[in-house]
Design a protein around this ligand. Structure first.
Ligand SMILES: Cc1ncc(COP(=O)(O)O)c(C=O)c1O
Length: 421
């Protein structure tokens, strides 16, 4: 089987033709990359090869894939802003005024007034002293963690934290102590056991994206303040979702001024792209001096920043979209549980439909697609073996009819595959 896939991969990469120039490159003898072809073949054999679907329409509640219009329950576009006419218009107007790109990194080419405006608006929205924006939520973690702690320091990190937190921790070269997921007693135990340290940091996702559960932030704050440890939360899935009008997890728990660092992303509920770090002025000032992705990589583009500014404006002026998101999620959860599906213990609009084996989850996803619903199967290694699922991302972009159609598809496929009666 491996040999078959290897032959296919090698065959497909044999001749690369640059269409414009008519240059022909023969890669057949490229033995340097053979190990990659082998590993790709291995992924295919194990059923772990990631095939990415191509979307031929704007990202929205309905999308077009392979010419087929389907209901979209995959995107993190919680508020349906990715294709909102107000954000599109703001981006167009900003392009006319400022062009497209920032030219270089901000410390070298100067910073555009638009970026400064966004940081000020975000700080106001989140009720913090200051904010700094980065290219993505991923780079926000890579910028922040190594700027705060380094060799000789210790990071206490939830075992299920996102990959970008894990990578940020590794880059810092601090000692990483993983505590059991959302287990504050285990965190206390690990803190007591770790006696050698310079500085210390506790870091957790705010909302865990595979199960939709929320970090026990008030208890984490209690532990952090007892031991005088820096506290950082990555609110990627809480930004625009939790708290008053989508102000995030700190607002949700009314912990303003108590959490040292909040990471956010504008790629999910804001519907655009870009990362943000929010917190005390002194931390943000330090990141402008030492955050490596800030210093050595160009800023967000003009249309992105303008669209994000418009998203903040919308969230500050009305909580209608946030309410609709939660109401859609509540209907979906109630109906799914009523049909007999195991939907885990989500506290947010993320709904894991637990199926067990990866093959069943993949088959379920394929059948949903045939019935007009796009919802991804998630299996090992993203989630533990035997806990494969369909992860349903509810959004404000779905109407009552959309929800009914999706629920009918889940019922039909669930009965066909014997998951429910
Ligand atoms: C907790 C968490 N942090 C960071 C990110 C990365 O965000 P971005 O897509 O903006 O890089 C994600 C995205 O999945 C996430 O879930």
């Amino acid at each position: 089987m491996v040999a078959y896939w290897l032959a296919t991969v090698l065959e497909s990469s044999k001749v690369h033709q640059n269409r414009k120039e008519g240059i022909q490159v023969d890669y057949t003898t490229d033995t340097k990359t053979e190990y990659l072809a082998e590993q790709l073949a291995e992924l295919r054999t194990q059923g772990l090869f990631n095939t990415i679907r191509t979307i031929e329409s704007p990202m929205d509640g309905h999308i077009v894939i392979d010419g087929k219009k389907v209901l979209n329950f995959c995107a993190n576009n919680y508020l349906g802003l990715a294709n909102d006419p107000r954000l599109r218009e703001a981006a167009k107007q900003a392009i006319d005024k400022y062009g497209i790109g920032p030219g270089a990194v901000r410390t070298i080419a100067g910073t555009m007034s638009l970026h400064v405006q966004l940081e000020e608006r975000l700080a106001h929205f989140k009720g913090v002293e200051a904010c700094i924006t980065l290219q993505s939520g991923f780079t926000a973690n890579l910028a922040t963690i190594p700027a705060l702690v380094g060799k000789g320091d210790v990071i206490f990190s939830d075992r299920l934290n996102h990959a970008s937190i894990i990578d940020g921790c590794r880059l810092s070269r601090a000692q990483i102590v993983a505590y059991e997921h959302n287990d504050v007693d285990d965190l206390r135990k690990k803190i007591a056991e770790t006696t050698e340290y310079g500085r210390r940091l506790i870091v957790s996702d705010g909302v865990f994206s595979m199960d939709g559960d929320i970090a026990p932030l008030p208890a984490l704050y209690e532990v952090a303040s007892e031991h005088d440890i820096l506290l950082m939360v990555d609110d990627a899935h809480g930004e625009g979702v939790l708290g008053r009008g989508g102000r995030g997890i700190v607002d949700h728990f009314d912990l303003h001024g108590k959490v040292d660092i909040e990471i956010g992303t504008m790629s999910k509920a804001f519907g655009v792209v870009g990362g943000v770090v929010a917190g005390k002025q002194v931390i943000i000032d330090w990141l402008r001096q030492r955050g490596r992705p800030f210093l050595f990589s160009s800023a967000m583009t003009v249309p992105d920043v303008a669209a994000c500014l418009e998203a903040v404006e919308l969230l500050e002026s009305s909580d209608e979209l946030v309410q609709r998101l939660w109401s859609n999620a509540a209907i979906f959860k109630k109906e799914m549980a009523g049909m007999g599906f195991d939907i885990g213990h989500s506290e947010t609009p993320i709904v894991p439909v637990m199926l067990g084996e990866a093959q069943l989850a993949q088959q379920f996803s394929r059948k949903l697609f045939e019935n007009g619903v796009f919802a991804m199967a998630i299996g090992y290694p993203t989630v533990p073996q035997g806990l494969a699922r369909i992860r349903v991302m509810n959004t404000a972009a779905h109407s009552q009819d959309d929800l009914e159609q999706a629920l009918a598809a889940f019922q039909k496929v669930g009965q066909e595959l014997g998951v429910i009666q």
